[in-house]
Design a protein around this ligand. Structure first.
Ligand code: RAT
Ligand code: ZN
Length: 422
């Protein structure tokens, strides 16, 4: 149907963005068969590392050790008291909890954490996964799967992944960032590697990757890289990228995802909450993607300062698909700025957002909040077209939104969206 007025346009876009099912291309969630690796419930929500960092800012008297020696429930009580009762919860991570509690139908007037807890005692993981995926309108969740983690390996050995709504991503941070300590983990798994990369080491790393690709069937291989990531470079990391990751990605026909710009452990006392960010050299991205034009790269960068040059680099390299407003960028003001700029430079050939959820319930807020902004930006873009006399068809807008929320990703992978056959 043709759209004639601005009012019609705005309500159609809002409704379409709100109701379109998403492929969430990067999360830290797990299918039910991975047991307690899947985090869910209000105590997990409250002890999200983003909120831990915020709590310490308001508690100068609180020692790190005393916080870490508390039970999860005690930590959650303290965070609730500090960030929700003693202050108003308008930071994005706090607002997220409010959105989730609201979407679950809890009475927010009471602010009674124990009453919210009761619900989680009576629900099963399986029912809760169904409920959240349905409420969040997320059809497919891409996990982050770490073959260096012994506990996760045991889960792959027991059942593996049995839920088609969850798909794997092979995460290889230790291989590229911590070779000095990770080579022995490969050796323990039966690969003939040595710390100095001599002998069969490179072939054995390739064998390790191929074995895990067969076991997990991942959609891509992924790494987070420090802000000083350099390419090319005379380093263990770059040798492993050139001699192992790239050939294996090419052979398996899967992309290499690079998440660039992390400064790990700037405050180790904060544990997971202690990482930061730094501006990176876009030249490293330019050089690697243009050197390997037959390999696909998914790239996201953590610093706001890198976003414009990353979008321009994608204009020059069709084997580069940029994705998401990652971690410290996952705030409304920055999502809006970045999404607007990306659509202006690249049209719909981007993945505007991923959730990065660590806790299942967060799908509700991460996607609610992002959908609202994506819709707002799209309204402006289509309004400009309408004003310029372009004929706007509902079907075409629906197609575009489906692409932004997953279609572009599947086309880039060269695979049909498996959710379409479920
Ligand atoms: O956003 C986060 O929760 C971070 O701690 C990281 O997990 C980051 O997203 C990553 O994948 O390294
Ligand atoms: Zn992540």
């Amino acid at each position: 149907m043709t759209i004639h007025t601005e009012d019609q346009l705005v309500s159609f876009i809002k409704e379409t963005v709100r109701s379109t099912q998403v492929t969430d291309i990067h999360t830290h969630l797990f299918a039910e068969s991975f047991g307690d690796l899947l985090l869910w419930g209000v105590d997990e929500l409250l002890t999200y590392h983003y909120l831990i960092a915020e709590t310490f800012r308001f508690r100068p008297e609180l020692s790190y050790d005393s916080f870490w020696s508390m039970s999860k429930r005690e930590q959650a009580d303290l965070i609730w008291q500090t960030l929700f009762i003693e202050h108003s919860p308008y930071s994005e991570a706090c607002r997220g909890v409010v959105t989730v509690l609201n979407r679950l139908g809890f009475d927010l007037k009471t602010r009674d954490l124990n009453a919210y807890r009761e619900y989680f005692e009576s629900v099963s993981a399986s029912d809760y996964i169904d409920r959240i995926l349905e409420l969040a309108k997320v059809k497919t969740v891409v996990m982050t799967n770490d073959p260096f983690d012994a506990y996760e390996r045991s889960k792959w050995a027991e059942n593996g992944n049995t839920d088609p709504r969850f798909l794997a991503a092979l995460r290889i941070d230790p291989l590229l960032n911590l070779w000095d300590s990770s080579w022995s983990k490969l050796a323990e798994q039966g690969y003939a590697v040595s710390s100095d990369l001599s002998g069969d080491t490179m072939a054995e790393i390739r064998r390790f990757l191929s074995d895990w690709i067969s076991r997990m069937n991942p959609l891509y291989m992924a790494v987070s890289l420090p802000n000083d990531f350099a390419y090319p470079e005379n380093s263990v990391r770059v040798r492993i990228i050139d001699e192992c990751i790239i050939p294996v990605a090419r052979e398996a026909g899967i992309p290499f995802a690079m998440m660039i710009g992390v400064k790990r452990k700037v405050n180790p006392s904060l544990k997971d909450a202690g990482d930061s960010l730094g501006k990176s050299d876009i030249g490293a991205v330019e050089r690697i993607v243009s050197k390997y034009q037959d390999v696909k790269f998914l790239v996201t960068m953590l610093s706001r300062e890198n976003q414009h040059e990353l979008a321009v680099t994608a204009r020059k390299n069709r084997n580069l698909l940029i994705f998401g407003c990652w971690w410290f960028l996952n705030n409304p003001s920055l999502i809006e700025e970045i999404t607007r700029m990306r659509l202006e430079l690249l049209g719909g050939s981007i993945i505007p957002q991923h959730s990065d959820c660590r806790i299942l319930d967060q799908l509700l807020y991460k996607w609610d909040h992002s959908r609202e902004i994506i819709a707002k930006v799209l309204c402006d873009k289509y309004r400009d077209l309408l004003a310029a006399g372009w004929r706007l068809e509902e079907e075409e807008i629906r197609r575009d939104v489906e692409d932004l929320l997953g279609g572009t990703f599947w086309k880039f992978l060269g695979k049909p969206d498996p959710a379409l056959n479920r």
